[in-house]
Design a binder for this molecule. Structure first.
Ligand code: MRU
Length: 324
């Protein structure tokens, strides 16, 4: 089953806001519907956002023309600022607009197919690397959701986890819950369960302590953007796990397709970090957890400096960092 696809002239997504309670497919027939789905995280994860961006241009090309169409295209690119894949997918499909709607759609579908192939390549390369670095049965910690739900099928870091399980060489995996929207507890746990991979869920703040206590052989995460200097922008909480990994002397491995590399942005300091509604951190499962009047602060991503990263695994190569 694909997380996002083009079906009979519209975009279909698995609605990730409804998981794990319900597996629902949502059909998006207009650009405003797509933008709402992106902003509410019904469709999310960097590679899936890239495909959403490209298919969004196809939708715009099919439903409008001229300045109205161009405004819609720009609005899709700006729907979320941090994952470079979104604007990258939009730009790639938009470059075909002069050739007409069919050419735009063909380009978007090519991008979709490339992301599927990338997932498979990263899974194999990442699993080989972890076995090499951590021995035959690595015990892993992962953050956020980087599985098929964040891509089209397969995944990035989570595809490495499931590949190790498939090989019979996974020593265990801990999913950190990923406050405030619980992509780890809701989505990663759901995906691991469906794949038959035994897992445990930890609160985000347990990561560095579990590492210090020797319960984890490597941290493996995805990325929303990787800057020219190797700084990794990913879900808030990633940086703490990286610090914990370095302190514990275990590898911190990032798995992301080449489409997440952003050589135009020199360092993490220049990346626009999405600040989401503070209300998301002031409630749990629909109930307030803070007193009336409390003010939330909610950066959705953080920057892990390149010097904490052991290796970046992409669909075509492994970038090893000096001293790692
Ligand atoms: O806010 P989200 O859920 O879109 O954030 C997603 C992440 O941070 C993922 O780790 C990242 O996109 C890599 S997905 C393969």
């Amino acid at each position: 089953m694909r997380t996002i696809d083009w079906v009979d002239g519209a975009i279909e997504i698995i609605d990730q806001t409804a998981l794990p309670a319900q597996l629902t497919v949502r059909r998006l027939t207009t650009v405003p519907e797509l933008i709402e789905a992106i902003q509410s995280l019904a469709v999310r994860g960097a590679p899936a956002l890239g495909v959403a961006g490209a298919l969004g241009v196809a939708l715009a090309a099919q439903t409008s023309t001229g300045a109205a169409r161009d405004e819609q295209v720009a609005a899709v690119a700006a729907a979320r600022p941090t994952a470079v894949n979104l604007a990258g997918g939009v730009d790639r499909a938009a470059a075909r607009l002069p050739e007409g709607a069919a050419a735009v759609l063909a380009e978007a579908l090519r991008l979709r197919d490339e992301e599927v192939a990338s997932s498979a390549a990263m899974a194999a390369r990442g699993a080989d690397l972890l076995q090499e670095r951590c021995g035959p049965a690595p015990r892993l910690l992962t953050h956020c959701n980087t599985g098929g739900l964040a891509t089209v099928t397969g995944g990035t870091a989570l595809a490495v986890v499931t590949e190790l399980h498939r090989r019979g060489t996974l020593g265990g995996v801990i999913a950190s819950e990923t406050r405030p929207l619980l992509q780890g507890a809701r989505l990663t746990a759901w995906e691991l369960g469906r794949a038959g991979v035994p897992y445990r869920v930890a609160v985000d703040s347990a990561g560095p302590f579990l590492l210090a206590r020797g319960e984890v052989d490597a941290v493996v995460v995805g990325a929303d953007r990787i800057c020219a200097n190797g700084d990794v922008v990913n879900k808030i909480g990633t940086y703490s796990h990286a610090l914990g990994a370095v302190r514990a002397g275990v590898p911190f491995v990032v798995v992301a397709p080449e489409s997440t590399l952003d050589p135009q942005t020199p360092t993490g300091a220049e990346v626009p970090i999405e600040d989401r509604d503070g209300a998301e951190v002031l409630s749990f499962d629909g109930s307030s957890t803070a007193p009336p009047g409390a003010v939330g602060i909610n950066p959705a991503f953080d920057v892990t400096p390149a010097d904490l990263v052991t290796a970046i695994v992409t669909d075509t190569r492994i970038i090893q960092f000096a001293g790692a």
